[in-house]
Design a protein around this ligand. Sequence first.
Ligand code: HEM
Ligand SMILES: *[C@@H]1O[C@H](CO)[C@@H](O)[C@H](O)[C@H]1NC(C)=O
Ligand SMILES: CC(=O)N[C@H]1CO[C@H](CO)[C@@H](O)[C@@H]1O
Length: 327
Amino acid sequence: MKMARTTILVLALALATASLMRPCNGALEAGFYRGKCGIADIEQVVRGVVVARFVRDPTITAALLRLQFHDCFVNGCDASILLDGEKSEKTAPPNLSVRGYDIIDAAKSAVEAICPGVVSCADIIVMATRDAVSLSGRKWYLVQTGRKDGLVSLPSDVNLPGPTISVSQSIAAFAQKGLSVTDMVYLLGGHTVGVAHCSFFQDRLYNFQKTGKPDPTMDPALVRTLRSRCPEKSKVDNTVNLDQNQLSALTVDNSYYKQLQAHRGILQIDQELALDRLTNATVSKIAKSLDFSTKFGEAMVKLGALQSGSPGEIRKSCRAVNPPRSK
Ligand code: HEM
Ligand SMILES: *[C@@H]1O[C@H](CO)[C@@H](O)[C@H](O)[C@H]1NC(C)=O
Ligand SMILES: CC(=O)N[C@H]1CO[C@H](CO)[C@@H](O)[C@@H]1O
């Protein structure tokens, strides 16, 4: 009897704490905007903008995927990466080549025109990324919505992993966000689309770990190809496809993992995934699997569930926090 009462008390306390924490972020749920904008289907409005862009430029999938990763991995998915300013996350070195801001602006304008002040920029990132991924793959995945936009954005908060991070360090970085090794291997599958600048892997072509030689784990034929694209003393920083299967460089599929198994990974961390005993079995499994798109969508939803715990708002412009309310 007494036990039961204590249990109820503890439960009530836990619930109270949970509901105290909730108003900051809002609980995420699928279809959060249903009925919040009359009969307008917000997800459909965002999708319309993404489709119109995608038909002109299918590389937006890569831009949006990287944007969501950078947003969610730093302080939760709070659109803090979108904030302009001399001292914002945008100005942190890992961020310098992130693109796709204009697509989010376009989607935000379309949504505001129908339903002002209701839809967060953080949710728009996640919806737009899903739409682009489903256009580049074959799989549509259901996303959760109900995020708030953050109020702060600091370059010093940007502790994103770099391309030479080791597998075990990367596992630790993802674990810190509550993401498992398997989640990490699927999420790095984002590198099945998009490009990397030579400067991020140049060392692997000419002077790997100060040996004066290329990275021995890279297919020598790929070393030759990449050397011609990335000359040693070039003033321009060219780009190459992260998925070296040129037929599927724009497709969200598992060919990235097959390329890794063929020693044709571009970034050091990509290649290490297929070599390190902590991840090689998962890479082999995914390379053979037929359900990559489904599993990738699930991993993206987990990435999208990272929240900051700080107060938030629905921004009017995705690039700036709202002005303080007059009076
Ligand atoms: C250990 C984790 C990761 C590291 C070290 C890493 C590193 C990088 C680097 C160095 C680039 C090249 C940037 C450039 O040259 O402009 C890149 C590009 C990219 N990354 Fe990652 N990344 C990681 C995880 C992820 C995740 C989890 C995703 C998405 C789910 C992702 C999606 C992308 C995409 C799509 C591109 C290409 C962007 C474009 O074409 O504009 N990355 N990443
Ligand atoms: C993974 O790598 C370890 C050590 O290099 C090796 O013993 C093992 O057979 C590999 N597993 C797979 C599935 O490739
Ligand atoms: C400081 C800096 O160069 N920031 C850049 C971050 O990325 C955006 C989008 O590519 C650029 O517009 C910013 O100039």
